[in-house]
Design a protein around this ligand. Sequence first.
Ligand SMILES: C[S@@+](CC[C@H](N)C(=O)[O-])C[C@H]1O[C@@H](n2cnc3c(N)ncnc32)[C@H](O)[C@@H]1O
Length: 282
Amino acid sequence: MNYRHAYHAGNFADVVKHAVLALLIEQLKQKEAAFRVIDTHAGLGLYDLAGDEARRTGEWRHGIGRLMSRNLNPALVNLLKPYLTVIRIANGGATLTRYPGSPWIARELLRKQDRLTAIELHPRDASGLRTLFAGDRQVKVIMLDGWLALGSFVPPRERRGLVLVDPPFEARDDFEKLVAGLKVGYRRWPTGVYALWYPVKDLAAIDNFRAELARSGIKRLLRAELLIRNRAAHGRFNGTGIVICNPPWQFEDTLDGLLTGLWPHLADGPGAGRSIDVIAGE
Ligand SMILES: C[S@@+](CC[C@H](N)C(=O)[O-])C[C@H]1O[C@@H](n2cnc3c(N)ncnc32)[C@H](O)[C@@H]1O
């Protein structure tokens, strides 16, 4: 496990993933009944943007840094509201010094009846997460292989909620694990919302991933990608993708509005843009 999210926190992929995460949680809040968020690869939870790792790559400057320094159109501001509100809370204002990870964002958006289960395998990150949420009765931090959670932690007691699966893609088989993990989770809990993150880099692997999902028998699957440059630029991290199983009603339109507004701010070269497609729809 060499991957350290501290080098990448707040980059363009985090912006998209976390803005989508915040919108999905806001949708769950439309009903009074409690829900649970399960974050299978949670990371550290809060990142120091002045720290060594963040300064070495500077990736956040092309992600959240750009967003916070630009005039955004009102429609985009509206869609980013839950996400940017959390960013401001984490920073105590509009000056960026820290970047919250997915468990922090989820926790900030919960109501008192909702719960978060944050799973992380790296001992240092798991211990950091435990410290971050110490004494918080709504959060459970577990040091465990996150892939196991899809077999053992769903359905949650609340029977409503969201599973975020955000692996580091260090291993070549992470795409296969995403498909297998979703199938296991879906079998146990077919009404849960699942958000699976992937990098747009290896196009053959993505095509195969999409084909496997289409063959999976899972009924409602939506895919969205935001490209910061040409999708086929060789060997580069050209974009960020997310697959959503059981998206909320009309979420396709919400995603379209979000990504259409975001991509011009995150673009890094010709070929930038966005795409949304329905892999499976009832
Ligand atoms: C992309 S980062 C997660 C970022 C986080 N979800 C966020 O959005 O802020 C992936 C994380 O997964 C952890 N990890 C790697 N393999 C894992 C496994 N099998 N189970 C759980 N966590 C794992 C890494 O240590 C790393 O912190």
